[in-house]
Design a protein around this ligand. Structure first.
Ligand SMILES: [Zn+2]
Length: 259
């Protein structure tokens, strides 16, 4: 299973060329996209044929996590006759939000098969996706993704656990991620306010909190992302490295990782 960072940006940034949240997980020919925030469609289309996506899963309904479903919808509609379709799984009302953006009923449904996300484990193509509600908005999810057993087993120890990718989405309480983290997993965590402090009223975790939960969950690796401009990336890394003894990286667009 391979992770490609399509967008590592936050709600706003001054980092040139940055796109907001979007992470591509591939296993064999299957491609699962986690979130599709502003500016991410271009990076996605430069990486693979978007109509070939197995599915897009949306963590929550903040625009920096889903708004580039609009260019995906336009692309599928106007590049192909008939329009191609992509499965999209997300919080309730995602389809309504997209329709409202364009002031047009059934705007999304022209090319997107939008389904409601629920907590628990589900099969998405060859992937197993476990979704868990986390503190952030009234309906925000974090995910654990594992690849097809056949492909993933080949990389695991003979009878050891299959490594997974845990993606925090946006998360206001680090402990909410713990049930998803299995020993040996990669934790891809937001750290919107870097090393902190988190702005009053904002539901996010710091890089230090991400590190603490990675340690508690015996993660193998910590990947930090979603850091706002104005918050030191070096301080975010230093704080995480102080709290987690495994490899830590602050990811950027185009980074690839074997999970
Ligand atoms: Zn958010």
């Amino acid at each position: 299973m391979e992770l490609t960072v399509i967008g590592a940006g936050p709600a706003y940034t001054d980092r040139r060329g940055a796109a907001s949240s979007s992470y591509l997980v591939r296993s064999g020919d299957a491609a699962l996209l986690l979130d599709l925030g502003q500016g991410a469609f271009a990076n996605l289309a430069a990486t693979l044929e978007p109509s070939g996506l197995t599915a897009v899963i949306v963590s929550h309904l903040h625009p920096d996590h889903f708004v580039d479903l609009v260019p995906l919808r336009h692309y599928l509609t106007w590049e192909f006759k008939p329009a191609r379709r992509v499965r999209v799984v997300g919080p309730r009302c995602l389809g309504d939000r997209l329709d409202a953006l364009n002031g047009q009923p059934n705007f999304a449904a022209v090319a997107l098969d939008v389904e409601a996300l629920v907590e628990g484990r589900q099969r998405v193509g060859p992937f197993e996706v476990e979704a868990r509600l986390v503190a952030h908005t009234s309906e925000s999810y974090a995910f654990r993704v594992t690849g097809s057993p056949e492909l993933t087993r080949s990389r695991a120890t003979s009878n050891g656990p299959m490594p997974g990718l845990v993606y925090s989405g946006d998360c206001g309480k680090a402990e909410d991620l713990l049930p998803l983290i299995h020993p040996g997993d990669t934790l891809l965590s937001e750290a919107s306010f870097g090393a902190g402090p988190v702005a009053p009223g904002a539901q996010h975790i710091t890089s230090g909190e991400a590190a603490r939960i990675a340690t508690t969950g015996h993660a193998a690796r910590l990947l930090l992302t979603h850091v706002l401009s104005g918050y030191s990336r070096d301080a975010a890394l230093a704080s995480a490295r102080a709290g987690f003894s495994g490899p830590v990286q602050l990811v950027t667009e185009g980074d690839r990782f074997e999970i």
